[in-house]
Design a protein around this ligand. Sequence first.
Ligand code: NAP
Ligand code: MG
Length: 491
Amino acid sequence: MTELDRKQDRAPVPKDWTYAPAPESRDVVTLRERYGHFIGGEWIEPTETYETIAPRDEETLATVGQATAEDVDRAVAAARGAFSNGWSDLPGSERAKYLFRIARILQERAREFAVLESLNGGKPIKESRDVDLPLAAAHFFYYAGWADKLEYAFPNRQPRPVGVAGQIIPWNFPLLMLSWKIAPALACGNTVVLKPAETTPLTALLFCDVVRQAELPPGVVNIVTGDGRTGAAIVEHPDVDKIAFTGSTEVGKAIQRRLAGTGKKLTLELGGKAANIVFDDSALDQAVEGIVNGIYFNQGHVCCAGSRLFAQESIYEPLVEKLKRRLETLRVGDPLDKNTDVGAINSKMQLDKIVELVEAGKAEGAEIYQPPCNLPEKGYWFAPTVFTNVAQSYRIAQEEIFGPVLSVLTFRTPEEAVEKANNTPYGLSAGVWTEKGSRILWMAQRMRAGVVWANTFNRFDPTSPFGGYKESGFGREGGRHGLEPYLSFDE
Ligand code: NAP
Ligand code: MG
């Protein structure tokens, strides 16, 4: 019997009601032992390599390249060649056909991609299958639709492609972030050199197969793998016209400093510390689902995660009780099991960061709650965590944890909620839970955040722009707004 059951005089959940294992088959994925860089439509043998693993059990999955500055230079040259030799002059309706083709192939091969994403990244298969893959395909479909309508999107502004885009992405949504980057770039007539994150290169490498299958002209998409040094080589390359970066605020700032005065275009999608605000007139059970989805989805490795819960004082206690009760039903374990809700932490480095911040939370005086769960012995794991008694000044309320850790704070009035929610250097997203439409609008106007969800959280759609205020970055991805960073205008 758990402590909560005892307190509330409830019967414990019978043991034999637990789920039987439902593992997704790995056989749909054929991994090569070794991958090179995908440059000019060919696989180029890497000079340096490293091994990429599965965070669920630290199994080595493949050897991949660590691209040097010379490799990056080759990739940029291939992208420049493809840009000048036809791609940028192709009618938009022709470019659209390639994007449609890529979207269709992603749909056809969705299962293979989903399994590989979960294997290499640690996220539950039900999320890669139901969220990452459908959204990745949707992004290509959506931007395919814009490719021949750029003059209508920007009337009287004569949009032209920018040239070669250097794109650097993080490990939390590997294929989805790739899609957010590549789809608008290609729709606008650019060519790209993309670097996936060091820990999650495999779906980007599988995507090269899709590029070939779609018969995209060689050099339009180039993928180089490696760590931050490869990213820095892309940023510094003189023949790259635009940098699109998604990652940490720290690296984003360094890139911005590096590019100052070079004339290169830049968009930064950085970190977040979102407020999820629950008013006393909201549907509490629905709000609990939104809180859980807001912070435990993808192990909390989500830049727009609802990591700060603000509960109105009058409902604080029932809300926290309901939340704790719900946490007990989350299934933490094998990412490839179809019943898993919370998978593996992406890397040892990320796990260390989470542990450090959680320890800081305890030391500063917050009260920790973790439901009972058996974490596997191998691999990287962290139990879903809730902190109560959190002061706004605590590190767990200020810094991005990027893990399954929620800090609960309280407020009395809407004004106080606004003030506390905006008391952060970040401004990527926010959530508001209330039954009053007028209050939703009142709050949305006052939140300094790029996205404000009402009575829901972590909803994405390619037609809707996404991006930050303040230290969460600048520029928008998605929607018509997402075209603009990939275009130049004769103005
Ligand atoms: P990160 O260290 O900043 O890495 C992001 C990407 O940049 C990776 O590919 C990384 O390579 C590369 N990189 C590292 N150092 C670089 C340098 N000096 N120059 C150029 N590139 C460099 O971030 P992360 O820890 O992987 O990802 C988590 C962060 O991303 C969180 O802060 C999160 O909020 C943010 N994020 C934001 C969004 C958004 O849309 N706003 C989406 C997802 C994630 P390595 O993999 O080798 O480090
Ligand atoms: Mg990093």
